[in-house]
Design a protein around this ligand. Structure first.
Ligand code: 5CA
Ligand code: ZN
Length: 480
């Protein structure tokens, strides 16, 4: 298939779409809109990223489970704000074979109402709490906005959702903060720069008391929500009658939180570090960390290939994921290009001069800088280099994002920056709903919310919308 190549910096959406296929990460040409296929190479990236998330959750007392995909309408409809938020987004199963079902089933759009009836059976006393569960599943949402590979799918094939249950309000609030810290660590490990904001009331998850979201800034200046943490309060415990017996022997409703990261988390990694040549996969999650390419000269072909094999063996022994590209039908240049698109972080070239000097040439994918080292040093040099690359990717991505988040005082400038899609704009706000909605309307943008770390701090200045005293800084962006 011929894919038209677009630049990261010029047409990000098209760049992402074509690079996903070209780099064999995902093929979204499936005959149902909003569904895609994880290809073997992409699947390995996905698995490595999920492993980081699983490790973080497992080490903080979460346990992995698996709930059914089907949710009876009677469960989904038990909580009114939740069902209002989701019923139009559900795919419904209405038949079993040719027989119409008495109660139709939703394909889970998220799993609160799959989990709640079971919690009611499991939770008896305060000794059963806290209960911290998660699952990695596919969910289905009948998205009506334009679907985009990984960013807005109808089958969200990669969805990690955590659901926790607690005895008190204080405990669930502490859990929300733990979740925020887990997600921060997750994105930091991957070098994905993010903004953490408390979403405004009108953009809260259906059924939640409040929502905290992680957003990144895309190369085209639009923001992308890459994770959310919700405090569900007692919404679902009251609707599903989930109670526990407290120390005094009294029945109390439980408190709940939930938090999710989807395939957008994978997209975040690919987008943050990509460039005009394609993806750049961070070494820590790269399925192939080093590719070795022989630069063949007929007379000493055998010697070059043997050296390549020797170097591959050394790297393998050192637990470095290495691929030796001995394909005879491709020129070295074609191979460079092939692996660059896929984002293999380090390339080792071995040619006649290298063999003569007992050396190899090492090229970094992110900067295309070259260096030489002796064959004896190769594993040490590459180990150090993988750490350097990770640091540099992280630093570069954060610098780019910080340059694209701007504090602005005037409404005119806010409008102009957002119209030009130059990233996230931070303005002063009185926190009133009217001013927030008015600001969204005037700028055609979305309020992402108040920076979480500044939520408690009062601000001096005037609300950008009404001119009265402001209380908070608020982030605004054109959101995906
Ligand atoms: N039950 C809660 C927490 S698991 C929940 O469903 N939250 S959510 O609706 O905000 O989804 C969690 C995350 O999934 C979002 O932050 C967003 O990054 C991602 N997401 C939501 N819809 C889609 C979609 N259609 N395609 C890809 N990712 C999505
Ligand atoms: Zn105001």
């Amino acid at each position: 298939m011929v894919v038209k190549r677009k630049k990261w910096s010029e047409d990000f959406a098209e760049w992402f779409r074509s690079t996903l296929i070209d780099a064999t990460v995902m093929d979204y040409r499936y005959p149902i809109k909003g569904c895609g296929v994880w290809l073997p190479y992409g699947f390995k990236i996905r698995r490595n990223i999920l492993q980081i998330l699983r490790d973080l959750l497992d080490s903080t007392g979460h346990e992995e489970t698996l709930f059914p995909l089907l949710i009876p309408e009677s469960s989904l409809a038990k909580e009114s704000t939740h069902v209002q938020g989701f019923e139009e987004e559900c795919f419904w199963v209405t038949h079993g074979g040719l027989t119409p079902l008495k109660v139709k089933y939703a394909l889970r759009p998220t799993s609160e109402t799959a989990i709640a009836p079971m919690l009611k059976l499991w939770i008896r006393s305060h000794k059963d709490l806290p209960l911290k569960l998660y699952q990695v599943v596919n969910i289905f949402r009948y998205e009506t906005k334009a679907t985009r590979p990984l960013l807005r799918m109808r089958e969200v094939a990669t969805f990690k959702e955590a659901h926790t249950t607690h005895a008190t309000r204080e405990e669930v609030e502490a859990q929300v903060m733990e979740a925020v810290n887990i997600y921060k660590e997750f994105f930091d490990e991957l070098g994905v720069p993010h903004l953490v904001s408390k979403r405004p009331k009108w953009d809260t998850f259906a059924g939640a008391e409040y929502s905290i979201a992680f957003d990144m800034v895309c190369p085209d200046g639009r923001s992308l929500q890459i994770g959310t943490v919700h405090n569900l309060g007692q919404t679902f415990s009251k609707a599903f009658d989930i109670t526990y017996e407290n120390m005094e022997g009294k029945q109390e409703y439980v408190w709940q939180a939930c938090y999710g990261i989807s395939g957008r988390g994978v997209a975040g990694v690919l987008i943050s570090h990509g460039d005009d040549q394609g993806f750049v996969i961070p070494p820590s999650i790269a399925p192939i960390q080093v590719v070795i390419i022989p630069i063949i000269y007929k007379e000493i072909e055998e010697q070059i290939n043997k050296t390549c094999e020797d170097v591959a063996k050394r790297l393998k022994v050192a637990n470095i994921k290495v691929e030796l590209d001995l394909r005879a039908d491709l020129t070295p240049g074609a191979k460079f290009y092939y692996w660059e698109r896929r984002g293999v972080p380090i390339r080792v070239e071995i040619g006649p001069r290298d063999v003569k000097q007992n050396e190899v040439t090492i090229v970094r994918r992110d900067t295309l800088e070259k260096q030489n080292c002796t064959i004896g040093e190769v594993t040490t040099v590459i180990r150090t280099l993988t750490e350097e690359i990770m640091e540099d990717l992280r630093g570069k991505a954060w610098r780019w994002m910080r340059d694209n988040v701007r504090r602005v005082d005037s409404l005119e400038e806010t409008k102009q920056l957002l119209a030009e899609k130059t990233g996230v704009v931070e303005v002063l706000w009185c926190k009133s709903r009217d001013c927030g909605l008015k600001l969204e309307k005037e700028t055609n943008a979305r309020i992402l919310g108040i920076p979480l770390d500044l939520e408690e701090r009062m601000i001096d200045g005037k609300c950008i919308s009404c001119g009265r005293k402001a209380t908070h800084i608020v982030r605004v962006a054109i959101a995906y």
